[in-house]
Write a protein that binds this ligand. Structure first.
Ligand SMILES: *Cc1c(COP(=O)(O)O)cnc(C)c1O
Length: 391
């Protein structure tokens, strides 16, 4: 009997393969870096979210080792029972100060932070207004909350305004990626905030790709736009530019206390290993002090945008480290990615459902760990690829 259950799954998998949608994991045998060992091969990688090159930084490694030596490897309990360590506590205070908000709460992952905050603040009858290109975790969170989900066209402030005007929901939340994860462009934060003020809505900003990179000293999207409001709920992750793992929500103290009491993905889960927090504390110091990492990253972005001249494929409008090269069909994106790999360059093909149908792309992500020569090599190989694949 179980055979028929399994056969059904196989049929679906076969269909995915036929559609060019089957995903596969590469086996890494090196730290995350510009040059990695993947599937037994040395490659130049444009795949990571390690935007500042911190994931393998000796000071972070030492901080995690010392953290483990002092606090052990496992927290052993949830935060509300007996797992809340001094390192977690110190990190929450440092994160809040860094993003210039009064309080912060650590979560295990960004996915869990989004599920936790949205399902804690909204329920049946409430309304969530979400950009169509938001990260999957935000959409899943909306479903979990049982609130009505209204998705507005990407960055379309007028469409959002109409939806807000039409809503009679008692609780409203507008939510957007601050930097869109597959496109690299920014949410129009001042406009979103103005609408939230008019319609008395919360504004949740998911700054997974802005924290550490945008704003003064890498303080993130709020600093970038000089935006401040008690209705802002700020979320950022610690596994991207910060180079480690985890996430946090920051905002008003009463919001943070409410989440501590109500967010199920905070309450019903084991606290992260304190050594992770020790490493993030070290990362924060480097993020705040080393503007040269962000300056180098900007130079790489500028070089790619200025020097890449393709006829058939276009970079998106992004000015951030996420540079999508729009290709169109799944097969074309895969062919291009495969060709690059034959040249020793790893750039992932991103296909639906991660991005809308017909907008398959290479997601080129740049890191301060790359050299100018790395970018020039990518550009040269893309020029060659266009000649071979399109011709
Ligand atoms: C990566 C990401 C998340 C999830 O964060 P994790 O810590 O990896 O779970 C949430 N939102 C956005 C926009 C992301 O890019």
């Amino acid at each position: 009997m179980a055979d028929s259950l399994l056969a059904k799954l196989q049929v679906e998998l076969d269909q995915r393969a036929a559609d060019g949608l089957l995903r596969r994991r590469r086996l890494l045998d090196s730290p995350q870096a510009a040059h990695i060992e993947a599937d037994g091969k040395s490659v130049l990688s444009f795949c990571s979210n390690d935007y500042l090159g911190l994931a393998n930084h000796p000071k972070l490694i030492a901080a995690m080792q010392q953290g483990a030596a002092k606090a052990g490897v496992g927290s052993g309990a949830s935060h509300l029972i007996a797992g809340h360590h001094c390192y977690h506590h110190e990190l929450e205070q440092a994160l809040a100060a860094f993003v210039r908000l009064p309080a912060a709460l650590l979560f295990s992952t960004g996915y869990m932070a989004n599920l936790g905050v949205i399902s804690a603040l909204l329920g049946r009858g409430d309304a969530i207004f979400a950009d169509k290109l938001n990260h999957a975790s935000l959409n899943d969170a909306a479903v979990l909350s049982r609130a009505d989900l209204h998705r507005y066209p990407h960055n379309d402030v007028l469409a959002l305004e109409k939806m807000l005007k039409a809503s009679r929901a008692p609780g409203k939340l507008v939510v957007a990626d601050a930097v869109f994860s597959m496109d690299g462009d920014l949410a129009p934060v001042p406009e979103l905030l103005a609408l939230c003020e008019q319609h008395d809505a919360w504004l949740l900003l998911d700054d997974a790709h802005g924290f550490g990179v945008l704003g003064e000293n890498g303080r993130g999207i709020l600093s970038h736009f000089k935006a401040a409001s008690k209705r802002i709920i700020y979320m950022a992750t610690l596994g991207k530019a910060a180079g480690v793992f985890g996430a946090f929500i920051a905002g008003e103290p009463v919001l943070i206390e409410y989440l501590l009491q109500q967010a199920r993905t905070y309450i019903y889960t084991t606290a992260t290993p304190p050594a992770l927090s020790a490493a993030v504390l070290q990362a924060l110091k480097i993020i705040a002090q080393q503007d040269h990492r962000r300056q180098h990253l900007q130079l790489l972005i500028k070089t790619l945008k200025n020097d890449l001249h393709l006829q058939h494929w276009q970079l998106g409008v992004s000015g951030t480290a996420i540079q999508p090269l729009l290709v169109g069909s799944n097969q074309a994106a895969l062919s291009l990615s495969e060709y690059l790999l034959t040249q020793g360059i790893l750039v992932p093909a991103i296909r639906p459902p991660t991005v809308p149908k017909g907008s398959s792309r290479l997601r080129i992500s740049l890191s301060a760990a790359h050299s100018i020569e790395d970018i020039q090599r990518l550009i040269a190989v893309l020029h060659e690829a266009e000649k071979r694949i399109v011709a």
